[in-house]
Design a protein around this ligand. Structure first.
Ligand code: ATP
Length: 481
């Protein structure tokens, strides 16, 4: 029979844990203070510890390294109502066997205990301790869905496993990738993000693997690729579903062999990077359509991580909103605005097709456009309805709004220019690209009737005529489709 030491200042939790663990055949000793737990441990008692984080005399997380020092084999399970990524990460880093966010399921506790006791002793997974300076939370949200993400992330921190993050646009894929890097064992290396959709296909290989001087026209000097820049760190391959097939083949080979050569180079370089890939697309569907290599998918999908859309975790909206309100206020040196309760409720009901990014943008608008410190529901109502319902792409599983999509494309466009700025005249060029198909389609739908097309567009007839001329649009009368 094993002895479990339980420390929690909540008597109710001590009782239910004792009952469940006794029923599972263990002997249980429980206490409400860290000091008693510590005295039991120093006495050599117990085969496993289950401890809360916040206790009246000491923080359970601070106890872990001390316990590990004198009894490195003693397994520790941490439970906490402070359900943030940092608690999960700290517990794991300090050598806890498992982290359980409260409220927990008793069956799960019993299973965790069984697993902990059945593993061979020795080789404790103690990492070096997290730096205490940065207490800012990398990810906001304590919904059950996010806690599940934090637990998975905490387990992944001390590994080099490849992670595939899937989630709609604006759900925080890049933020999660950064957190994995910043709190992981490669945190002293670089985090290099590269957006596969943003690079012209003929430049992808040189972008990833670098090129030698003279490798192709315009290669005036040797250039390091992203693999080399991320050496010892993390390479984040964003929008992996947009990677052209030829580049997929090359990437697969590099991942299989852990080495590569630069474009035009002979010397073999070792690939020493942790790969994190992300996509908002359904890769299985792309595989089915012959657009994504199945073998590459399995190489990358070692640990799949699905980030839930905001509408599946509306309970995080108040905390996220407050977080963004604080951030903008801090930036401008102003006191943060607050939302009345009905205003917050209204935010929870919105559909948020642009997810956290959309919420962040709304908060920025609130901060910039409204002078009052307390925001009421009428302001939220006006803001949400003025941003008319997004034009959705029906064929897209994420039902992304058009503006979200355009934003993503533009972001890629900017990223493709690296440090440099794109050529001037951007507004004109982008407007033409959007206006041309819009006007053509309206004319098509109204069978070339310019009066009706102007009405449909909400434009003055003369303005439409001018635009047709400037954009060089062919008007075919009486034809639709
Ligand atoms: N849990 C979160 N806590 C705080 N901020 C968040 C969270 N999730 C997302 N954000 C913020 O929302 C914005 C979008 O996040 P991010 O760029 O990581 O999303 P993404 O899924 O990579 O988007 P895309 O697919 O469009 O590139 C960022 O400004 C990010 O800081």
């Amino acid at each position: 029979m094993s002895t479990i030491l339980v420390a929690d200042d909540d008597r109710g939790i001590r009782t239910v844990l004792s009952q469940a663990l006794t029923r599972a055949g263990h002997e249980v000793r429980s206490t409400g203070t860290a000091s008693t737990l510590w005295s039991w441990v120093t006495d050599g008692q117990g085969d496993l510890v289950i401890t809360d984080v916040i206790m009246p005399d000491e923080n359970g997380l601070d106890l872990i390294p001390r316990i590990k020092k004198i009894r490195p084999d003693l397994r520790i399970v941490v439970m906490s109502a402070q359900n943030t990524l940092l608690t999960a990460v700290k517990a794991t880093e300090r050598g806890a066997f498992e982290y359980l966010p409260k409220p927990f399921d008793l069956t799960e506790v019993v299973n965790v205990v069984r697993r902990a006791l059945s593993l061979p002793r020795g080789n404790p997974t103690e990492g070096d301790h997290a730096s205490e300076e940065d207490e800012r939370l990398p990810l906001i949200g304590r919904s059950p869905a996010m806690q599940e993400i934090y637990r998975t992330l905490a387990r992944l921190m001390n590994t080099d496993l490849t992670v595939m993050i899937n989630g709609e646009s604006g759900t925080g894929k890049e933020l999660v990738a950064r957190a994995l890097h910043d709190y992981g064992k490669r945190r002293n290396g670089s985090f290099v993000a590269v957006n596969m959709g943003a690079i012209p296909r003929e430049l992808i290989e040189s972008e990833l693997f670098g090129h030698e001087k003279g490798a192709f026209t315009g290669a005036h000097a040797r250039s390091a690729g992203r693999f080399e820049q991320a050496d010892g760190g993390t390479l984040f391959l964003d929008e992996i579903g947009d990677m052209p097939l030829e580049a997929q083949t090359r990437l697969l080979r590099v991942l299989q062999e852990s080495e590569y050569t630069t474009v035009g180079g002979r010397q073999t370089l070792r690939a020493n990077v942790r790969i994190i890939a992300a996509t908002h697309r359904d890769l299985r569907q792309l595989i089915h359509q012959g657009l994504f290599r199945e073998d590459l998918f399995y190489r990358l999908n070692v640990v799949p991580l699905r980030l839930p859309p905001l509408r599946e975790r509306v309970e995080d909206i108040p905390e996220l909103t407050r977080h963004f309100l604080h951030a903008v206020a801090e930036h401008d040196g102003l006191p943060p605005k607050v939302l009345e309760a009905p205003a917050m409720e209204r935010l929870k009901k919105h559909r948020w097709s642009g997810n956290v990014r959309e919420l962040e943008n709304l908060v920025r608008r609130l901060a910039a456009l409204y002078s009052q410190e307390v925001i009421g529901v009428e302001v939220i109502e006006a803001e949400l309805s003025s941003s008319a319902p997004p034009i959705l792409d029906e064929g897209d599983e994420s039902a992304e709004g058009l503006s979200t999509k355009v934003e993503r494309h533009l972001r890629h466009y900017f990223e493709a220019h690296g440090e440099a700025l794109p050529p001037a005249g951007l507004h004109e060029r982008i407007s033409r690209e959007v206006e041309r198909p819009l006007i053509s389609l309206c004319l098509e739908a109204t069978r070339g009737n310019q009066i009706k097309a102007a009405q449909l567009l909400g434009l003055n007839r003369n303005t439409l005529r001018k635009k047709i001329r400037d954009l060089d649009i062919q008007v075919v009368r009486g034809v639709k489709g």
